[in-house]
Design a protein around this ligand. Structure first.
Ligand code: NAD
Length: 497
């Protein structure tokens, strides 16, 4: 019998919802669980619970809130292997990568543990004679997070630890394709001492999301997922008066300059393009070969792509697992067909890859294209699979203008030995996160994560100080005590004396 995953409201697992969705193990193609899809009414119960808990939680001191997170970190470390295996079974990424997913989330927890320091305000004595002024950061109220399938541990932990540390209460709506890890994280938060109702998990689909977006009791929404949904969340959330940060899709380019260390660049490309089967928003999906570097690049790259070890992520030695669903596998394979028909050269074809003993799994071997041009759909659109396109350009300027013209602006990187080119690239490029000889430049938790252009809707990035700003609002207080009050009303705008 397969497992049943419901919601986690007021510190308790709830009863199954009327609507259910199967959850598959993408390596076997077998159903492993059923997940409840919350009705609007069920989401409203979670929101009401979070609203009721807010007044109490915001008055718990930041130090005590941080102590819950210290304990949570310890518990996640203790349950790390269990969580990683759970993650691989639902997502498909290899176990080591699942551990990395957890680690990158834990780093945000570590950052949030410093909340007493992060929430310190500003104070000026004597802004006017005998008048003091200070500012404080206060929580917003109930906030929500809507997360994608591809980082079931990290992305929820980008959001709820910091939001809760700031004194908000939280509704998490995880991806219905990989719901077990987020649910388990909520259980561990309870075990760490979090009062019931501060963190609530509602599983569901568009109905749950729309209820969150239109609720007058939710003050802010953090979203990570595909660009069309990110834009929808941003527009609807803003329409309903909410603060929104909505991170979307990507098409990340890596520029290989003629002076780059080619072995290093090839190693970087193989990991960044094919790791996690390309299902990362920071995956490199375009290699931009500058000058005469392309032939040597393809020559070294193709045997590496052919030799990729694809299989069940739970088995040792595997480098990439399956795609998330059969439907997504067909979509990615369709992009490869389109690339061929639009004139690109398919150097390595992974479409008929099959894993012995896992014939029902959603596997695709690594695919490598050469001679890709900017009008092709494999260049313009996010494929989100193990497909790397090589674009040949004559010079640095063409590489930069091509990247700047792309609709997405999440991440990019340059491989070069020349400090001047690297510095100029960091200055010129219209992309939110830039790597110099670093293929996947995901900022650490104490910096902020976010793209430009259609990879992010809203002004504030995730975690780091931008995360603290997103989950708090500033209040400025100006104060004067009776001995300083002069008699009589003043009818001009107050100016400091
Ligand atoms: P998705 O957009 O399909 O789903 C994300 C969330 O939105 C899920 O919780 C889902 O239930 C919900 N959702 C889906 N369709 C909806 C609709 N029509 N109305 C309301 N809610 C809806 O994304 P996904 O397939 O789970 O994740 C992959 C995408 O996420 C890729 O595009 C990837 O680039 C992106 N991503 C971006 C980042 C980033 O930081 N920019 C990080 C990870 C993933």
């Amino acid at each position: 019998m397969s497992a049943q995953i419901n919601h986690f409201i007021a510190g308790l697992p709830s009863a199954p919802s009327e609507r259910q969705l199967p959850v598959f193990n993408p390596a076997t193609g077998q159903q492993e669980a059923s997940v409840s899809l919350a009705s609007a009414m069920e989401v409203e119960v979670a929101i009401a619970t979070a609203k009721q808990t807010f007044e109490k939680w915001r008055n718990i001191t930041p130090l005590k809130r941080a102590r819950v997170l210290f304990k949570f970190k310890e518990l996640v470390e203790r349950h790390r292997d269990e969580l990683a295996e759970m993650l691989t079974r639902e997502h498909g990424k290899v176990l080591d990568d699942a551990q990395g997913d957890i680690t990158r989330g834990l780093e945000v927890v570590e950052f949030a543990c410093g909340i007493p320091h992060l929430l310190k305000g500003e104070f000026t004595e004597n802004v006017g004679t005998d008048v003091d002024a200070w500012s404080v950061s206060q929580p917003l109220g109930v906030v929500a997070g809507i997360t994608p399938f591809n980082f079931p541990a990290m992305v929820p932990m980008w959001m709820f630890p910091l939001a809760i540390a700031c004194g908000n209460t939280f509704i998490l709506k995880p991806s219905e394709k990989a719901p077990s890890v987020p649910f388990r994280l909520a259980e561990l938060m309870k075990e760490a001492g979090l009062p019931d109702g501060v963190l609530n998990v509602v599983n569901g689909d568009k109905e749950a999301v729309d209820t969150i977006l239109s609720s007058p009791d939710i003050q802010a929404v953090s979203f990570v997922g595909s660009t069309p949904v990110a834009e929808y969340i941003y527009q609807n959330g803003c329409h309903h008066g909410k603060r929104v940060q909505a991170l979307g899709g990507a098409k990340n380019h890596m520029v290989i300059m003629p002076d780059a260390d080619l072995d290093q660049a090839v190693d970087a490309l193989v990991g960044a393009a094919y790791g996690s089967a390309g299902e990362r928003c920071m995956a490199i999906s375009v290699a931009v070969a500058v000058g005469d570097v392309a032939d040597a690049l393809i020559e070294r790259l193709s045997p590496r792509v052919e030799a990729l070890k694809v299989g069940n992520g739970l088995e040792p030695g595997i480098e990439l697992g399956p795609l998330i669903s059969q439907e997504h596998r067909s979509k990615v394979s369709g992009y490869v067909d389109a690339g061929i028909s639009q004139g690109a050269k398919l150097v390595v074809d992974g479409r008929n890859y099959s894993v012995e003993g896992h014939e029902e799994g959603y596997f695709l071997g690594g695919c490598l294209f050469d001679n890709v041009t900017t009008d092709m759909s494999i260049y313009r659109e996010e494929i989100f699979g193990p497909v790397l396109s090589v674009v040949r350009v004559p010079d640095y300027e063409t590489a930069v203008s091509m990247i700047n013209d792309h609709e997405y602006g999440n991440g990019t990187s340059i491989f070069t030995r020349d400090g001047d080119s690297a510095r100029q690239f960091a200055h010129d490029i219209q992309i939110g996160m830039v790597g110099i000889n670093v293929p996947i430049p995901v900022p650490m938790s104490f910096h902020s994560f976010g793209g430009w252009k259609r990879s992010l809707f809203g002004p504030l990035h995730m975690h780091g100080m931008e995360g603290v700003k997103f989950y708090t609002r500033r209040k400025a207080i100006t104060s004067r005590w009776p001995t300083g009050i002069r008699a009589g009303a003043e009818f001009v705008i107050p100016t400091m004396k």
